[in-house]
Design a protein around this ligand. Structure first.
Ligand SMILES: [Mg+2]
Ligand SMILES: [Zn+2]
Length: 183
């Protein structure tokens, strides 16, 4: 893989697209947060491999199926490609919290899956999320946890948690990427 040092992991809901307490169940409900698609394209153009690691327990709850989830991801990929960018890989956890799987964040199985599949090392690299689960996952795996205030981010920022205190906080993905790439 070219530029193995330039890797970044993003959560999906609340970071790239708007989140909903009622789950994102259809392709049409998967609506990008303004600036997020352009930010991913900007990362790509700066040489980054962009990965997405997302909990999708709505699959386990039968709110939508894998074909629909793939449709959402194809939509995000194609929007990014229209801006001249590319998403290298997307992994998801389809399980319920009660399934006790290895991949549902804050567990780190999704990051291990990405490392294995794409032959990259993710520890030491940024992981951008909006929930405590993302930051805990990032910390456990040795990633740099970054909290964005979109999605559940404002609520997460108020949590009295060491993992939140240690995270860098940005208004949204676009602000984070502008800071990352201008430095
Ligand atoms: Mg999220
Ligand atoms: Zn899982």
């Amino acid at each position: 893989m070219n530029n193995p040092d330039k890797v970044i992991v993003l959560d999906r809901d609340g970071v790239i697209n708007y989140d909903s307490d009622d789950y994102i169940r259809t392709v049409d409900e998967c609506i990008p947060i303004p600036g997020s698609i352009e930010a991913i394209a900007k990362l790509y153009k700066a040489g980054y491999h962009v990965f997405i690691a997302t909990n999708q327990s709505g699959i386990g709850r039968s709110y939508y199926d894998i074909a629909t989830l793939t449709g959402m991801h194809n939509k995000l990929r194609s929007l990014v490609e229209k801006q001249g960018g590319k998403i290298t890989g997307i992994v998801y956890c389809p399980h319920l919290p009660t399934d006790n799987c290895d991949c549902r964040k804050p567990k780190t199985g999704l990051l291990s899956q990405l490392e294995k599949k794409y032959h990259v090392k993710l520890s030491g690299h940024p992981f951008i999320g909006d929930s405590l689960k993302d930051l805990e996952c990032a910390q456990k795996f040795g990633c740099q946890g970054v909290l964005v205030k979109t999605g559940k981010g404002e609520k997460t920022e108020k949590e009295n948690s060491e993992v939140v205190k240690r995270a860098a906080v940005f208004n949204d993905l676009a602000h984070y990427v502008n800071q990352l790439i201008s430095t």
